[in-house]
Design a protein. Structure first.
Length: 300
């Protein structure tokens, strides 16, 4: 079973620091951005201590294929503007190349938002853009995993059918899916009826297309279309449903990444990542009151 979290890549240790952080949480996989997710500034790969990070991973039996990269939020392949779509293609191309140079095998992408256009015009734009990115990186095998979206605003990819439309349109084995539990809940799927959800996904998309999971509880009830992550077991999905996904026999070898909110200590004077506590609960297979007492959930 693979379980980890988003970790940082700042400071002097760069990617080496990412691996150290993941190990401190008891993780055996992790997710990073190649740079800040909100802008285009990127440090040269040569400055990121990639070789040192890979050696530390090897020393601790962490596999390169279990690194997940997340694309920045500033790209929109569905944009009505041809110029902005071309910018998104160019920047995503560079991110795919950086993903390969970091030794990772997949990059997770928010498909895009159709904005003022018809939904299917936006989906067709995404298909066109992904084809260009794949052609620009045809010598690589890096996967682009389309994230399941919550459905806020004009997001594309909020239903399994929309993802299937994109995947069929691109027609490449390099296009896969990142299954985000909060987003799937908020878009309307009932994760407490998990067998049906996965059966529907398998029929519409194909369960073999899932190459990563984001494991998050939700602050909102099903179909809210709001995308507000909650700590494991403290939201509307619940610990039992999330545990079933994490331990599902069909997906044991797929990386599962926590993106749950930072929390405050009981005095309320410091925020910290909850991942060590949540990973421990997941490994034990049950909610642990002693661990929960060490953190107080914060409302974002």
């Amino acid at each position: 079973m693979l379980i980890g979290s988003h970790v940082g890549m700042g400071g002097k240790d760069k990617m080496l620091g990412s691996v150290k952080e993941a190990l401190s949480y008891g993780a055996n996989c992790f997710m990073i951005y190649t740079g800040a997710p909100q802008n285009t500034r990127r440090s040269a790969i040569e400055t990121l201590k990639v070789e040192e990070a890979h050696q530390l991973m090897k020393d601790n039996d962490l596999k390169l294929e279990n690194i997940v990269i997340h694309a920045p939020y500033i790209m929109n392949l569905a944009n009505p503007s041809p110029e902005k779509r071309e910018y998104a293609v160019s920047f995503l191309t560079n991110e795919v190349i950086r993903t390969d140079k970091l030794g990772a095998t997949q990059i997770v992408l928010h498909p895009g938002s159709h904005l003022t256009q018809d939904l299917y015009v936006g989906l067709d734009n995404i298909i066109e853009g992904l084809k260009k990115v794949l052609n620009n990186t045809k010598d690589l095998r890096t996967l682009i995993a389309l994230e399941t979206m919550a459905g806020k605003g004009t997001e594309c990819g909020k239903t399994f059918a929309e993802l299937a439309y994109i995947i069929k349109g691109v027609n490449s084995d390099r296009i896969t899916v990142c299954f985000d539990t909060c987003h799937v809940n908020d878009s309307g799927y009932d994760l407490n009826n998990l067998d049906k959800v996965f059966a529907d996904f398998d029929q519409i998309v194909g369960k073999e297309k899932i190459t990563a999971f984001h494991i998050n509880d939700s602050k909102n009830p099903r179909s809210a279309k709001k995308d507000r992550h909650q700590n494991i077991g403290l939201g509307h999905i619940g610990f039992d449903a999330l545990k079933k996904i994490i331990y599902h026999q069909d997906f044991l070898n797929i990386p599962k990444i926590l993106e749950t909110p930072y929390v405050e200590n009981l005095e309320g004077n410091m925020k910290f990542p909850p991942y060590k506590h949540e990973i421990l609960m997941i490994k034990k297979g049950k909610m642990n009151d002693q661990l929960l007492d060490t953190i107080t959930n914060t409302e974002n």
